[in-house]
Design a binder for this molecule. Sequence first.
Ligand SMILES: [Zn+2]
Length: 127
Amino acid sequence: MIEDRIYAASSILVVGAHAFDAEVIAGPLAAAAVKRGASVTFLHLTMGEQGHPCLIPAHYCVQKEEEAGRAAERLGVKVRSLGLRDAFLPSDDETALEVCDIIRELKPEIVITHWHGSWHKDHRAAA
Ligand SMILES: [Zn+2]
């Protein structure tokens, strides 16, 4: 079963369109995997900096980076970011190749990301 492969993996990459997506998608799984010795990396394609109703994106981006760092520290995961623009995540070869470079570097046994039919276009682009 796929669950057995996920829970037995020694390296996992979780790709989220926005910071905090990877934490929601796989936070508990990541914590359990790290606890048994696996290497887990959260890749944030954007910081989700457009998502605050009051803060300007540049300020919210700094807040999201700090929050992502604290979450990664608590979960024991590594964190990476492509720094792409929130709400305009491209679904193109250039972006796919950037993600491929990270997959080639980390060589994860398992890659987890959004559902391809998600309601959010950035989530679909990430998938
Ligand atoms: Zn999201």
